[in-house]
Design a protein around this ligand. Structure first.
Ligand SMILES: Cc1c(COc2ccc(F)c(F)c2F)oc2cccc(OCCCNCc3cccnc3)c12
Length: 425
């Protein structure tokens, strides 16, 4: 019984000559009105994020049952505030938050989410959904709930006349449109070593490793400051122009980008304070004396629970999110050697400052993928390659492979960098 053989996805060995939808066009009224039948002890549900109790149910389910690393040492620790940010983007549809409950007890035992977005694959823009947070309770694995969750969220998305989706995962499924590699920059090496994430290399000492990752006491970019809602017009133009150079990217409306970079900070009297303990997303801009915004850089907070460590129960992790620099726009082509050299120097400066800001916000490690122009700064800023890869998938769309920033030997492609401009949570 091969679920993925029944889905509109590119088969593993399929040759792709032309890009386009896989399924024949359909209309919402051809889509079943009722959910797929479940095993009788379970029932479908729609989660309501306006209800703090239900946000907590999602948090509790994922806290105990979501993605772990291969050695079962760490588990993602998405916070309730994170779900408020990740699942309440402009245009979000409540019915796309799909849960499975035990009929008798109403306990939430599985979840999958969709949020609406527009996805551009080369020159084609697809009204899509971003599907994320697929989770089945550990005690209910191999009951074939995952294919049902995927089919049910697809049904609910199709009902809204949306026929494509973007999803990522560490697992290999048919067939990735791109693959990026995990990179990590130690901030608090001692803690990462204590939890077993960063081993002490042979012929080195703790003192040497701690000093290797020391960062300047203060930021060094003139005009660097926390983004404010009033910056969105300039930030939108800068980031949208930069992202237009990539082959896989989200097409943002201005209000969408404002949500992704600012969440609700500075809205309806809420403060815009970098040290707000509930904050999950930070965006910084570089403003010249003339008031021009030349750069933007952002990162989100996604801790990992440390399983079974006497000294620490979690690692505070910053994940690189969207960024852009006006330097990148000084030439029409990304292949321009002189501009690439200038962009490399600029991104090293921008991300060194992002690292300093994340240190001061008490992060232990700063994570990045090999997407966007990241290969230009990862080595120089002492990021180390991780042992994980993130695969990008587009549902119901056949696309020629897109570079993930890696050469065939999995090392960084500092010449072509990547064609991926979509950063997933
Ligand atoms: C995940 C992830 C890692 C793992 O990082 C750490 C894990 C445990 C630690 F103690 C630690 F310090 C890490 F840096 O390093 C990364 C570097 C770049 C990007 C990364 O993930 C991008 C976010 C992926 N979405 C979450 C996800 C990932 C895989 C499957 N399903 C969901 C990651």
């Amino acid at each position: 019984y091969k679920f993925w053989r029944t889905q509109p996805v590119t088969k593993f060995d399929e040759k792709i000559d032309d890009e386009g939808s896989i399924d024949a066009p359909k209309t919402p009224d051809e889509v079943p009105d009722h959910p797929y039948p479940l095993l009788k002890e379970f029932e479908w549900d729609t989660l309501d994020l306006n209800d703090p109790v239900q946000i907590t149910e999602i948090y509790d389910l994922l806290y105990a049952n979501y993605v772990e690393d291969a050695d079962e040492t760490f588990r993602f620790k998405y916070s309730p505030q994170f779900f408020d940010w990740a699942l309440r983007a402009p245009g979000c549809r409540p019915e796309w938050l799909v849960g499975v409950r035990v009929a008798a007890t109403k306990k939430l035992v599985a979840f999958i989410s969709g949020i609406p977005m527009h996805l551009r694959v080369r020159n084609t823009t697809l009204p899509s959904a971003e599907v994320n947070f697929l989770c089945v309770h550990k005690k209910l694995r191999s009951k074939r709930l995952t294919p049902l969750l995927i089919k049910e969220v697809t049904r609910r998305i199709n009902k809204q006349n949306i026929w494509h989706a973007l999803y990522t995962g560490g697992v290999i499924l048919p067939s990735p449109v791109s693959t990026c590699r995990y990179y990590h920059r130690s901030i608090n090496w001692a803690k990462l070593n204590d939890v077993g994430f960063s081993p002490l290399p042979p012929n080195s000492t703790r003192a040497k490793m701690i000093s290797k990752y020391l960062l300047p006491a203060k930021t060094s970019l003139p005009g660097l400051r926390l983004m404010e809602r009033g910056d969105i017009d300039q930030v939108y133009d800068l980031l949208v122009t930069y992202l237009s150079k990539f082959e896989l990217a989200q097409v943002f409306e201005k209000d969408e980008l404002l949500h992704w970079l600012m969440h609700d900070h500075g809205l309806n009297g809420k403060s815009n304070d970098a040290n707000d303990p509930d904050r999950v997303i930070w965006a910084y801009v570089v403003e010249t004396e003339k008031g021009a915004i030349t750069d933007v850089v952002s990162f989100y907070k996604l801790p990992s629970t440390v399983l079974g460590n006497a000294k620490h129960d979690s690692i505070n992790i910053a994940y690189s999110f969207y960024y852009a620099s006006s330097v990148a726009l000084e030439a029409p082509s990304r292949a321009d050697v002189a501009v690439t050299a200038k962009l490399k120097a600029r991104l090293i400066k921008l991300f060194e400052n992002a690292l300093i800001l994340s240190r001061d916000l008490d992060f232990d490690v700063f994570n990045a993928l090999t997407l966007l122009d990241n290969p230009l700064f990862l080595d120089e800023l002492k990021f180390g390659a991780g042992d994980g890869y993130l695969n990008y998938y587009v549902f119901n769309y056949k696309a020629r492979p897109i570079a993930g920033g890696l050469l065939p030997d999995q090392s960084l492609d500092v010449v072509n960098r990547s064609g991926v401009g979509a950063v997933m949570l």
